[in-house]
Design a protein around this ligand. Structure first.
Ligand code: MD3
Ligand code: FE
Length: 203
C-alpha cells in the first residue's frame, strides 16, 4: 500500500516482495561483475556501507570528491547494464507515486552489514533535480531518517523493511536523509545483509 510521507515522498510498502528472488538474482549478477567496495568520504573517512552501481554511470567517492563516473574504478570497466526488472520496478514505482516518465540512468547498490550506517546527507551530485529518486530495500530492516532542507532540522524516522520502495521527488528531493546502524539479524533470502538500491537520473 502507498503511504504518502509528504507531498513529494511516498513509501510503497512491500512493493517489491513478490519479485524479490528475481530482483536479488539480478543484483547478485551485477555484484559479481562489479563487486561492492568501501568508499571514502572526500575528507578521507571510510564509509561503513560498501557500494557498487549499474547503468550508464555509477557513483564513486574518493579523496577527489563524489561524482558519477562511466567506469567502475575497481575494474576500469564500464558499469554493468541496469537489469530489466530492476529498471521496470523503478519506473513503475515512480509513476505510482506521481512521477511518470522517470528514466533512471544510474542505480547505486548500497550493501550494509550489521552495524553499517549512512550519515545524514543530501543527494546533490545529479544534474537534474527535477527527476525523483527511487529506493528499494532488501534484507534486514533499517531505520531511515528523513530530515528537512537544512541539516539542523530534526529528522523523522521510518522503518524500511524488506521489499519497501521509497520515492522522493519534487519539493522533497533535497531533504537530508540517512540510515541508523543496521541491527544484526538473519533474513531468509539475504542472510545478515541489507541491500538498498537507489535509482537516479544522474545526467
Ligand atoms: C530522500 N541511501 O544512496 S535510501 C543514498 O538506505 C542513500 O542506502 C539510503 O541515501 C540507503 O544516497 C537511503 C532512500 C533515499 C534515497 C535518496 C533520497 C531517500 C532520499 C534522496 C532525497 C531524499
Ligand atoms: Fe542519499
Amino acid at each position: 500500500w502507498l503511504e504518502r510521507l509528504s507531498p513529494g515522498a511516498a513509501l510503497l510498502h512491500r512493493r517489491a516482495c513478490e519479485i524479490d528472488a528475481v530482483l536479488l538474482a539480478e543484483v547478485e549478477a551485477v555484484l559479481r561483475q562489479a563487486p561492492p567496495r568501501g568508499m571514502q568520504t572526500p575528507g578521507g573517512r571510510a564509509m561503513s556501507v560498501a557500494t557498487s552501481s549499474c547503468g550508464a554511470c555509477g557513483w564513486v567517492s574518493d579523496a577527489r570528491g563524489y561524482r558519477y563516473a562511466e567506469r567502475d574504478p575497481g575494474s576500469g570497466q564500464p558499469w554493468p547494464a541496469m537489469p530489466a526488472l530492476l529498471r521496470a520496478l523503478a519506473e513503475e514505482a515512480a509513476a505510482e507515486a506521481g512521477f511518470p516518465g522517470f528514466e533512471p540512468d544510474a542505480c547505486l547498490i548500497n550493501c550494509y552489514a550489521p552495524g553499517a550506517k549512512m550519515s545524514l546527507h543530501q543527494d546533490k551530485d545529479e544534474r537534474d533535480f527535477g527527476a525523483p529518486i527511487v529506493s528499494v530495500s532488501l534484507g534486514l530492516p533499517a531505520i531511515f531518517l528523513f530530515g528537512g532542507l537544512s541539516r539542523a532540522e530534526r529528522p523523522g524516522r521510518v522503518e524500511l523493511a524488506h521489499g519497501d520502495v521509497l520515492v522522493w521527488g519534487g519539493p522533497d528531493r533535497m531533504r537530508f536523509h540517512g540510515v541508523l546502524p543496521v541491527a544484526d539479524g538473519m533474513h531468509p533470502l539475504l542472510g545478515r545483509r541489507r541491500i538498498n538500491l537507489t535509482f537516479r537520473k544522474a545526467r
